[in-house]
Design a protein. Structure first.
Length: 452
């Protein structure tokens, strides 16, 4: 190099292993003795520095993926000195372990695999996330090559359930007519997958203790992401409107269960718009009750008025209105009224008050009232209109009845006479007993006097 200085080039690429190397230098020149430096030259050969995704330390990553989704991790293993990707890594592996909710590893859940190198010398970690179950995972990735620094990545991965579009059902309450049904259609889409329709969902609607679902066929799956709900008639309230709580549950494997609660109010049956049948019946019954009570009161009051008084009032009205009188007045006599009042009492002692008062035969012979002819009432005897056979039968029945009544009266008279005779005999006995008592007392008084 001039001025007595010498230099040399040491290529570490020729070194097969890292470590400390000793370089001995000797100086030789003709006619000169061999020169040896006072000490040897020591060279420490180390691994080439590397980066993993521009990180020169342990790389920590945390990710949350939706179940059934496919995701890959890409790593760049770079030489710091040349800033080029390192090709042909000797070690490019990973280990996956599923963890409990508290973070502890689940025994037997570990999976070991390799990363794939791309054409541009990057390394791909494919965990098949589309088949990973819902839960928490830890992944350790190792990239290494001889003469290069090893790099490690630690990944915390969480797989969560998919979500339905939250706007699939916005109903909070329904109002139905009596006997009405709950009927609606909902559309279910995957909010995590560009609102793609979700097929094969299990829907369950519970209302008034009746369960409707796609499994029992009461909710129809239209096979296009839409579902039709149609219930039986909810109720037919009569006295007051009824409110029911309805619960709609939507579920599918790998999806978050969704629950919607809404109220269903069933109104009263209406006989016409705006008038519930119950109130109509109550109002109508009240009117009928009032009218019926007034009518019954009027009928009772009218029934208390004697018939002849009613007839007199009727004729009085006809006279006032100057109309023709077509009906005569038949007023019962005092004797007939007495017979009517006390007939039951006389029957209890087997006597006929009508016969005693002498009105029975008179009533039989009394002609019935008929239409007025001029100023006189035309009367026709009942027996006149009868046919001969009917007349004979009636006469025979009348005679038989008279004979029966006569026998009954005779029997009653005998019974009465027997009672009177028994009463007389009893009175005589009592009188005799009274007369006998003074005669018995006379000897007793004489004895008392003698003793005195």
């Amino acid at each position: 190099k001039g001025s007595g200085y010498y230099s040399f080039f040491f290529d570490t690429g020729n070194v097969t292993e890292i470590g400390t190397y000793i370089i001995s230098i000797s100086a030789v020149k003709q006619n000169f003795s061999v020169g040896i430096p006072s000490s040897n030259l020591l060279i420490n050969v180390i691994n080439r520095p590397t980066l993993l995704n521009s990180n020169d330390d342990v790389l920590y990553l945390r990710h949350t993926f939706i179940v059934l989704d496919s995701h890959n991790f890409t790593f760049g293993f770079t030489d710091v000195l040349t800033l080029k990707n390192i090709t042909g890594a000797d070690e490019k592996s990973f280990i996956l372990i599923k963890r409990e909710a508290n973070g502890d590893p689940i025994p037997g859940s570990s999976v070991i695999g390799k990363l794939y190198e791309t054409a541009d010398h990057r390394y791909i970690l494919d965990l098949d996330t589309e088949i990973l179950q819902i839960g928490d995972y830890s992944i350790v990735v190792t990239l290494n090559k001889e003469n290069y620094n090893l790099r490690v990545a630690v990944i915390s991965l969480t797989i969560v359930k998919r979500e339905f579009d939250p706007d699939f059902f916005t109903i909070t309450s329904m109002i139905l007519a009596s006997g009405g049904i709950v009927e609606f259609q909902i559309t279910l889409t995957d909010i995590n997958n560009n609102s793609v329709p979700v097929l094969g969902v299990n829907l369950t609607l519970t209302i008034n203790k009746i369960v409707y679902s796609t499994s029992n066929g009461r909710i129809i799956d239209n096979k296009d992401g839409t579902y039709t709900v149609s219930t039986l008639p909810i109720a037919e309230p009569f006295f007051a409107a009824e409110t029911y709580l309805a619960t709609l549950i939507i579920g599918k494997a790998n999806y978050t269960f969704q629950t919607r609660v809404f109220t269903v109010e069933v109104q009263l049956t209406q006989i016409f718009p705006g008038m519930p049948t119950f109130y109509f019946v109550v109002i109508t019954a009240s009117i009928i009750g009032v009218v019926g009570s007034l009518t019954a009161y009027r009928v009772i009051q009218q029934a208390r008025i004697p018939k002849h008084v009613k007839k007199i009032r009727k004729i009085k009205k006809l006279i006032k209105s100057k109309k023709k009188i077509t009906e005569g007045i038949s007023i019962p006599t005092k004797t007939e009224m007495i017979a009517k009042l006390f007939s039951k009492d006389w029957k209890e002692i087997d006597l006929s008050i009508k016969k005693t008062l002498g009105i029975e035969e008179l009533k039989k012979k009394l002609p019935i009232k008929g239409p007025m002819v001029g100023d006189k009432e035309k009367r026709i005897l009942k027996l006149k209109d009868k046919k001969p056979k009917e007349k004979a039968a009636e006469e025979k029945a009348a005679k038989k009845k008279l004979a029966k009544e006569k026998a009954a009266e005779e029997k009653a008279a005998k019974k009465k006479a027997a009672k009177e005779k028994a009463a007389e005999e009893k009175a005589a006995e009592e009188k005799a007993a009274k007369e006998k008592i003074p005669d018995e007392k006379v000897p007793e008084e004489k004895n008392k006097r003698r003793k005195g």
